[in-house]
Design a protein around this ligand. Structure first.
Ligand code: ADP
Ligand code: AMP
Ligand code: ZN
Length: 215
């Protein structure tokens, strides 16, 4: 299964991605996670990306595209993949199409998680992430059993540098201007599966699976 997860920041892409990849045994490819781990390791790529990320802006297309192209050649993509947070511009989508067609591959579905700006800010500001395993929590909507501690491994949780109100607002605007046009792009290719992102985490997951398997 070759899938894309589309949706504004805070829509729940990462949360759903963890469950979807477990079900289909495919890798979760999050360009945001790739940048964050490069920042943590202090690589040149991380330092380049951080300036854009801290402002809530997109990292330039050519940087992101070359990372994803390389990632798609790894053995674990043989059964498919789930792209989360890529593509984010029409230019990136066209580059992905070209790359997949050169590999003789096609996308199966683009899962579009829909949620209004009003709930996105609260979701992003309350997001907490495990330092070790990357599990995502929310202080109010999906809290860990013990405050600040990951249920999976007891590690401490952190808040993303870009999950502050002003930066989240910029990220939402960037999404509306640069990423939202991808909905029409993939609608024309008849790949879009629209999912209501305002429901509970479990209901959204069930709707995604039903949509993938029955439509
Ligand atoms: P994205 O990857 O789209 O930016 P996340 O999956 O990280 O979004 O979710 C953003 C925040 O919202 C997280 O703190 C997550 O725990 C919480 N969240 C995700 N899905 C839901 C939901 N259906 N209802 C309430 N909160 C949610
Ligand atoms: P995310 O983890 O998906 O919320 O992404 C966090 C940040 O990483 C974004 O605000 C961008 O600065 C950067 N980023 C992630 N994916 C992309 C992409 N496909 N194109 C450009 N920038 C990206
Ligand atoms: Zn953890």
């Amino acid at each position: 299964m070759r899938l894309i997860l589309l949706g504004p920041p805070g829509a729940g892409k990462g949360t759903q991605a963890s469950a979807i990849v477990k079900k289909y045994n495919i890798p979760h490819i999050s360009t945001g996670d790739i940048f964050r781990s490069n920042i943590k390791e202090g690589t040149e790529l991380g330092m380049k990306a951080k300036g854009y990320m801290d402002k809530g802006l997109l990292v330039p297309d050519e940087v992101v595209v070359s990372i994803v192209k390389d990632r798609l050649t790894h053995d674990d993509c043989a059964n498919g993949f789930l792209l989360d947070g890529f593509p984010r511009t029409v230019n990136q989508a066209e580059a992905l199409d070209a790359e997949l067609s050169s590999m003789g591959l096609k996308l199966d579905r683009v899962i579009n998680i829909e949620a209004d700006s009003s709930i996105l800010i609260e979701r992003a500001i309350g997001r907490r992430i495990c330092k070790e395993c990357g599990a995502t929590y929310h202080i109010k909507f999906n809290p860990p059993k013990v405050e600040g501690i990951c249920d999976n491994d007891g590690s401490s949780l952190y808040q993303r540098d870009d999950d502050i109100e002003e930066t989240v607002a910029t990220r939402i605007n960037v999404y509306l201007e640069q990423t939202q046009p991808l909905i029409d792009y993939y609608k024309e290719k008849k790949l879009i599966l629209n999912i209501d992102g305002t429901e509970s985490i479990d209901d959204i997951f069930n709707n995604i699976i039903e949509g993938l398997e029955n439509n």
